[in-house]
Design a protein around this ligand. Structure first.
Ligand SMILES: Cc1ncc(COP(=O)(O)O)c(C=O)c1O
Length: 481
């Protein structure tokens, strides 16, 4: 077994490099499911690092469910993390496409948002650790504090105390942002729309990851843009070689990627790749719009650094929101627009004037009190446990040969049922018995992923959920083409 040396001069801690090394070996099948890992001593001596460092890495991998310790036998790659059971790599799209998915997305969207269904179709992580009571308490206090301004318009580009808090959080990554570079928006969706409007015009080509969150596909269609799909690796974010090829072959105006954790796959892009991504895109003078909504819901040892931190030319615009960490109903997000900020503010004003003052103020108090971060910690733990439960239940319930992603964060998991299955059919069958799922077709700008589904584990885990997975497995057998 040839081991890639870790770098003592690298930006990442040594133990994190060991984690990445094992994950790479597993992805490339240099380490097979159930195979024994090198002993702590052997690994330490091979890599010229200390035994405690290797132990720290192995323990983290064990926590992540990648490897398991067997008593008196050592560490083994877990069977469920078989690289061969992860979704397959798709091919780089040859040409950009005009998107025509709105009708289908509307149909799915209306169906999955029904009340009283098991909500596997809705990506609402906060349901796993609800914030409603804490937010209600904060809002009552804010209503009293605010008096008559509670019913007034808020400042056009956002409530200053909230912006200040957000700016302080970016400082943790060494990112310095001026107040006027940030615009508070109605969720990340509006931030993405404004970012796209700032840097593209109808007919331009935008590179997106594949599979891609359907809200972005819909946005590209509604703005009259073309989409070029770049394949996503289940482990590491988009394939950078494919993106490099696409940038050489097409006149791409902007790239829009989930730079931290992707939806629907749950792939985590390591910092090293994110840095290379920014370098690559900026070397072509192309804009990168980063969608970081799931950035704080990581299961990895540490949060991914926002891509904007690596920008040298100011061509990265960053979008995020409180929808996945506090309350999607509040519709509070933000855009860091850098040198495009003037234009971004104008678009914001034209589109929606301002974002709800009372919601921003409440979130600001929630963050300031420390409750936001305390809840976030619980939320991450619950989602990670839910993910493990869901993978275990799916392994048992779904037909043999089903490929299941191993999300490294977020609240959704991606399944490829195999080409003999029709996910649209499964979507209808499941709805009839009160289970919502999201069919794969709406995660592609073209016609990919007909045999795939996305399920959300942003739920209160329990018997009813496990039973619904068993039912889904049975219905899948009826969803053959
Ligand atoms: C990847 C991704 N980006 C953006 C959004 C939109 O977020 P918001 O609800 O803040 O508009 C979502 C929501 O599901 C998402 O999953």
């Amino acid at each position: 077994m040839i081991l890639k040396a870790v770098s003592h001069q690298g930006h990442e801690f040594l133990y994190q490099q060991v984690i990445q090394l094992i994950r790479d070996m597993s992805a490339q099948q240099a380490l097979l499911p159930s195979e024994k890992l090198p002993s702590l001593r052997k690994m330490a001596s091979n890599l010229n690092i200390s035994i405690p460092t290797v132990k720290q890495a192995y323990q983290a991998l064990e926590d992540q469910g990648v490897i398991e310790a067997r008593e008196k036998s050592g560490y083994f790659l877990k069977a469920v993390n078989m690289a061969s059971s992860l979704p397959k790599r798709v091919k780089l799209s040859r040409e950009p496409v005009i998107v025509n998915k709105q009708a289908l997305i509307e149909q799915v969207y209306t169906a999955i948002h029904q009340a009283h269904v098991v909500p596997f179709g809705v990506a609402n992580p906060v349901a796993a650790a609800p914030t409603d009571k804490a937010l209600a308490r904060n809002m009552r206090r804010v209503m009293t504090l605010a008096g008559s301004s509670a019913i007034n318009y808020g400042p056009l580009d956002g409530y200053a105390p909230l912006k200040k808090q957000l700016i302080h959080r970016y400082l943790d990554f060494g990112i310095g942002i001026n107040m006027d570079e940030m615009v508070i928006t109605n969720g990340a969706q509006e931030a993405l729309a404004i970012a796209l409007k700032c840097v593209t015009k109808p007919g331009d080509v935008v590179a997106i990851e594949s599979p891609c969150y359907h809200g972005i596909i819909e946005l590209i269609e509604s703005l009259g843009l073309k989409a070029l799909e770049i394949p996503l690796c289940p482990d590491n974010g988009i394939w950078l070689n494919d993106l490099a090829q696409a940038l050489n072959e097409h006149d791409i105006k902007a790239c829009l990627f989930s730079t931290a954790i992707s939806n629907p796959v749950g792939s985590f892009m390591p910092d090293k790749n994110r840095e290379q991504l920014v370098e690559l895109v900026e070397s072509h003078n192309v804009v990168l719009i980063e969608d970081d909504v799931y950035g704080d819901l990581y299961f990895t040892p540490k949060r991914g650094t926002p891509a904007i931190a690596y920008s040298k030319k100011g061509l990265v615009l960053s979008c995020s929101s409180f929808s996945k960490t506090a309350a999607p109903s509040y519709r509070v997000g933000w855009l860091i627009a850098g040198k495009f900020a003037g234009q971004a503010r104008r678009y914001k004003r034209a589109l929606s004037c301002s974002t709800s003052l009372i919601n921003q103020w409440t979130l600001s108090e929630f963050v300031f009190s420390g409750e936001y971060d305390r809840n976030l910690k619980v939320l991450r733990q619950r989602l990670r446990t839910n993910k493990e439960h869901m993978r275990r239940c799916l392994q048992q319930a779904m037909p043999k040969g089903t490929r299941i992603s191993d999300p490294q964060g977020g609240c959704v998991i991606w399944l490829d049922l195999g080409c003999e299955y029709d996910s649209q059919k499964l979507f209808s069958l499941a709805l009839e018995v009160g289970i919502s799922i999201t069919p794969g077709l709406i995660f592609s700008a073209s016609n990919k992923y007909k045999s795939c589904i996305r399920l959300s584990y942003g739920v209160q885990w329990g018997e009813q959920i496990e039973q619904a997975i068993v039912t889904l497995g049975k219905l899948t057998l009826l969803a053959k083409k």
